[in-house]
Write a protein that binds this ligand. Structure first.
Ligand code: SF4
Ligand code: SF4
Length: 324
């Protein structure tokens, strides 16, 4: 869905220059056991795109050469890539902190019975989407039975030691608003989630990340169809805060698609805006083993206000949760 791109390119965003690279975010493919209506990559059980072993080896080589300490795995359901265990095991053995963006229902899929134990034994952090603590709202967005399966998944992870304060096994949840509004205060919503999930289901988790909706892909299309695209962009621009600029995730992260091509972030990947380096673009990760990213410019456009508005937004939630 690229029809929002011309509109977004026309909007000026402040220049962003990279710091040191700390995180590599890797999309392992579009296959998923679910097919959520809002999915930004239209993942489903029918999709067959997946990262090859050859590209996974290029990713591992890149991590080693660039001395990157954090690997953030996404998809689809990243666990459905046949080389997922190999990638996690190899990275964890080298002391790299691995994050799995897990949809929770995958833990109950046939053939994935070992998954929760595997993640715990490799100290993999889990970030899981849970758009509400109420069953009806979650099932409406993600499909019938998803809330109950998510609760079972969270309890199983708690049983392995995930989600408790002071533990090495980090379990974080993700919330994003349903409509064209900014997320509420991360701190306040986290307190409500903790209270509700503990009292209703006995669930513990570490942090709640609130993410702003980006005016791209399916959400961008929806805004255009509803005649709300300009209003939402105006809202994001009006809520821009310079305080968020230093912490934008693209300052310290790059994103790789399932074929191994590189972008400044996951959103630029979705918009097909490639990372530029040394005057070149459409670069494969295997071409960047020795690249120096420090001080390199980031490709920015109007959608970037989704990261800088209000308390700020990133794959790790609010950039400045003190802002309300
Ligand atoms: S679980 Fe995530 S990746 Fe899978 S379809 Fe839903 S939103 Fe997409
Ligand atoms: S959308 Fe991507 S490039 Fe733009 S500010 Fe956010 S992280 Fe940076």
């Amino acid at each position: 869905m690229h029809q929002t791109l011309p509109l977004l390119s026309a909007i000026q965003f402040k220049k962003v220059i990279r710091n040191r690279l700390a995180t590599l975010q890797v999309n392992l493919g579009y296959r998923c056991n679910q097919a959520c209506v809002h999915c930004h990559v239209a993942a489903s059980p029918k999709r067959s795109e997946e990262m090859s072993k050859e590209t996974i080896d290029a990713v591992l080589m890149f991590l080693a050469k660039q001395k990157i300490r954090q690997l953030d795995l996404t998809g689809g359901a990243p666990e459905l890539n046949p080389h997922f265990l190999y990638l996690v095991e190899t990275a964890a053995k080298s002391g790299i902190h691995v994050i799995d963006r897990c949809n929770l229902t995958i833990l109950e899929e046939p053939g994935q019975e070992h998954l929760a134990d595997f993640l715990a034994s490799h100290r993999v952090s889990i970030i899981a989407s849970l758009p509400c603590y109420l069953e009806d709202n979650v099932d409406k967005q993600r499909g019938n039975g998803v809330f109950a399966a998510s609760v079972r998944g969270l309890l199983r992870l708690n049983g392995l030691g995930y989600g408790f304060e002071g533990t090495e096994l980090q379990l974080d949840l993700v919330f994003n608003p349903q409509g064209p509004v900014l997320p509420p205060s991360q701190m306040e919503l986290e307190a409500s989630y903790k209270h509700q999930l503990r009292t209703r289901h006995g669930i513990e988790f570490n942090r709640l990340f609130t993410l702003a909706n980006m005016p791209i892909q399916r959400f961008g299309s929806q805004l255009i169809s509803n005649g709300q695209f300009d209003d939402y962009l105006n809202l994001l621009q009006a809520a821009h805060s310079d305080e968020n600029l230093e912490q934008l995730m693209c300052k310290s992260l790059i994103s790789v698609d399932w074929q191994g091509y590189v972008y400044d972030c996951d959103f630029n990947q979705m918009l097909n805006i490639p990372l530029q380096w040394d005057g070149r673009n459409r670069l494969h990760i295997s071409e960047l083993l020795h690249a120096e990213f420090f001080n390199a410019p980031v490709q920015v456009a109007g959608h970037c206000f989704g990261c800088s508005a209000g308390q700020g937004s990133s794959c790790q939630g609010a950039l400045n949760s003190a802002i309300k």
